[in-house]
Design a protein around this ligand. Structure first.
Ligand SMILES: [Zn+2]
Ligand SMILES: [Zn+2]
Length: 203
């Protein structure tokens, strides 16, 4: 058994400048606003930090252009996973219920374990067939038209149990993918597919 190596859990504040010390030890409440902005409430006032823009609305930043305590505090809270990083929001996973930070624009909030990605092996909840995800499209099931039938994915008879606003996932049957270089691509509403367990991945 290898022994763990020694690490510090917090920066040595004796070596830090005053603003960093305050960012760590002052009581502050950080509230994500979306779009990479965060409200930081401290004893004196509430200011807004814009992370992508590298700005803060406080006088310290305005007059001195410094990396004020608010910007430092937001960086600390993002690093520690207390608030979502820019482009993400806190949500309960639609599949497993676990709370995590999901992409801000996600139509269906899903944790990293449940989110479907290109190349994932998935199971069709209707047929129990195993498929491989080719592409997660930006189109909704009631917008995406299936070429062969001229109807939308949402209108397809086997999809009436799934939400019309689901994003469409393009996938190929695993068996067909193993047999041919150009397997036919099918379109599914997102929630009709679930990630396959390892034991299910058989041809
Ligand atoms: Zn500030
Ligand atoms: Zn999940």
């Amino acid at each position: 058994m290898s022994r763990a190596s020694k690490i510090a859990l917090a920066p040595d504040l004796r070596d830090c400048d005053e603003r960093t010390v305050r960012a760590w030890i002052e009581p502050m409440a950080v509230t994500p606003l979306g779009g990479g902005c965060y409200d930081v409430e401290s004893h004196d006032d509430t200011y807004t930090v814009d992370v992508p823009g590298g700005r803060c609305t406080c006088p310290d930043y305005y007059f001195r252009g410094t990396n004020c305590k608010h910007r430092r505090r937001v960086a600390i809270e993002i690093t520690q996973g207390r608030v979502p990083s820019p482009g993400r929001r806190r949500a309960d996973c639609d599949n497993c219920g676990r709370e995590s930070f999901v992409p801000e624009t996600a139509v269906i909030p899903l944790c990293d374990d449940c989110r479907l990605d290109d190349g994932d092996v998935v199971v069709d909840r209707e047929s129990a067939d195993t498929l491989v995800v080719r592409r997660l499209t930006p189109d909704r099931a009631d917008e995406y038209v299936i070429e062969a039938t001229g109807t939308t994915v949402a209108e397809h008879p086997t999809n009436d149990r799934y939400p019309a606003e689901d994003p469409v996932v393009e996938a190929v049957y695993l068996g067909e993918q193993l047999r041919t270089d150009e397997p036919r691509v099918y379109a599914f509403p997102y929630s009709r597919l679930r990630k396959a367990e390892d034991a299910e991945i058989v041809d």
